[in-house]
Design a protein around this ligand. Structure first.
Ligand code: HAM
Length: 418
């Protein structure tokens, strides 16, 4: 029979990694809720239009990377390639502009992009995403950068670089894009074919090109940062001043191009040398026109997303923490019911408890107790014995109800010995 495998570019998360992921999510929850961000969830698929309009028709994401399908009524649906457009759709749909602003939300879940799979790049991946919608205060831009930095630090990703830029307002950007197009057209024969083909659609992408000729041209290209309108430049200066005050180093990178069209003003990305070609741990920025683009009232917003797979890749392998565990062994085959009952009692009392469930010999059971890292084994035979696994000492319990207090004293002895 054909061997079945997970689809290309997807990942089976086995228990040890799954536990590490939960920890990263718990860390994000802790860090983000301290700053007033509340969890929120939107569907895994949306009307395709949410992304076509939100992320932008000219982006690689919309043009090449979406998993789009039709439902039975012929409506076009798409597995979400990112969270921001869906969250903004929900903000409009639920009239969240009537709530106290800014609305601060965060989210962790699966996202889908049909990219060529490689290390750190998957077709199904997991993002932690945070958004602050309804205010253009520069402290929100700086706050989100700080919060992402703290999550990455606590998750153990090690040293990272923060690239920062501002894309200005839509008008400035539109004027600048015309200027850039004129510049690119004038030097067309020096550019790569791909860049040339997309001068009209996405001239900014030229800054990202690997092609040496294009790179040489782009060294002389006009920069958007030099064209910012006064209020945008002021906003950007305020964000930078707050980052400086918080001691967050950043590289000003006027060529920072993000793969989504909705950005205005601040854009940023954290990179790690531990990641190879897919160096971005996370990134984001401001999207002051997105809600309007999706049919809502003019509403500013800013946010970030970070990939959990990349965070764990950068954090490297860590030995899983051993949880204090109790093992219940059976010296007599007819102790099964008592073992089951005692396991329930101990679990209700808060003990992490495992019991023999594979018909092993007594020797095999003690080996299994070691394997699960048990500090104590309860042995059910003619009597009920509590065995301290490090000293080997055994104590008899007068009844099942007596077991918890004996376990507590073994655990305390262990804890004070370490
Ligand atoms: P993004 O830069 O497209 O931004 O993705 C954010 C992060 O998701 C990346 O830095 C990376 O860690 C992870 N990621 C993206 N694609 C993949 C993939 N194929 N495989 C593994 N990890 C991946 C956004 O998605 C924006 N929605 C961020 C944002 C929120 N901007 C404002 N608010």
């Amino acid at each position: 029979m054909k061997k079945l495998q997970a689809p290309r570019g997807t990942l089976d998360v086995l228990p040890q990694d799954a536990r590490r992921r939960l920890k990263v999510i718990a860390t994000a929850d802790e860090v983000l809720s301290r700053a007033g961000y509340e969890p929120m969830e939107t569907p895994v698929f949306e009307d395709t239009e949410v992304f076509a309009r939100g992320v932008g028709e000219s982006t690689d994401i919309v043009q090449k990377e979406m998993f789009t399908f039709e439902d039975k009524a012929g409506r076009s649906l798409t597995l979400r390639p990112e969270a921001t457009a869906g969250i903004c759709r929900a903000y409009i749909e639920h009239g969240m502009h009537k709530l106290a602003q800014p609305v601060k939300v965060w989210y962790a879940g699966p996202f889908f992009r049909h990219e060529a799979p490689q290390a750190g790049r998957f077709r199904q991946f997991t993002q932690i995403d945070a958004e602050a919608i309804g205010s253009d205060d520069p402290s929100l831009d700086a706050e989100l950068i700080l919060l992402l930095d703290e999550i990455l630090e606590l998750a153990g990703t090690g040293p990272r670089r923060l690239r920062l830029s501002s894309l200005g307002s839509r008008d400035t950007r539109a004027e600048y894009l015309e200027e850039l197009k004129r510049f690119l057209r004038a030097r067309e024969d020096e550019l790569s074919e791909e860049v040339r083909a997309r001068i009209d659609q996405n001239p900014l992408r030229a800054f990202d090109a690997d092609h040496p000729g294009t790179q040489a041209v782009m060294k002389e290209a006009p920069l958007l940062l030099d064209r910012l309108a006064a209020d945008d430049a002021e906003h950007f200066a305020a964000v930078r001043a707050l980052l400086d005050m918080a001691g967050i180093e950043h590289e000003l990178d006027p060529t920072l191009v993000r793969g989504l069209d909705y950005y205005t003003r601040t854009v940023f990305e954290f990179e790690s040398d531990r990641l190879g070609a897919q160096a971005a741990l996370g990134g984001g920025g401001r999207y002051d026109g997105l809600i309007e683009e999706l049919g809502g009232p003019p509403t500013p917003g800013v946010g970030f997303a970070a990939g959990i797979e990349r965070i764990l890749l950068a954090a490297g392998d860590v030995t899983p923490e051993r949880q204090p565990t109790v093992f219940i062994a059976m010296a007599k085959p007819d102790s099964g019911r008592l073992a089951f009952q005692l396991a329930g009692l101990l679990r209700r009392e808060g003990f992490r408890t495992e019991m023999e469930q594979a018909g092993r010999s007594m020797k095999g059971q003690l080996k299994q107790a070691d394997r699960v890292g048990a500090y104590a084994t309860v042995i059910l035979g003619d009597t009920i014995e509590v065995k301290d696994m490090s000293s080997g000492e055994q104590q008899e319990a007068s009844s099942p109800a007596d077991v918890p207090s004996l376990l507590r004293s073994v655990h305390e002895r262990e804890a004070s010995a370490t």
